[in-house]
Design a protein around this ligand. Structure first.
Ligand SMILES: [Zn+2]
Length: 83
């Protein structure tokens, strides 16, 4: 039970707000918020791990494309020099 310092009304613990509009300093809701942030952080970390794994084949493809372009450019410039 919580007593409102504003209107002195007794409110049940689960109430975060008094009938008069006073917001109780909620000790009950804060760990929930922390847990929620932790969950978001964990899911974000997991998403980043999955993304990193998904990026590996893409990186290989990009490396192949870059190597191919470099090879083409290299071949092109050497053929220019040769002629
Ligand atoms: Zn009140």
């Amino acid at each position: 039970m919580m007593k409102c310092p504003n209107c002195k009304k007794i409110s049940p613990d689960e109430d975060s707000k008094c009938d008069c509009g006073y917001l109780f300093p909620t000790i009950y809701s804060s760990p929930v918020i922390v847990k929620d942030i932790e969950m978001k952080f964990f899911s974000m970390m997991w998403f980043m791990v999955k993304w990193a794994f998904a990026a590996i084949p893409a990186m290989i493809i990009i490396a192949i494309i870059v190597a191919f372009v470099m090879m083409l450019l290299g071949g092109f410039t050497t053929s220019l020099i040769d002629s």
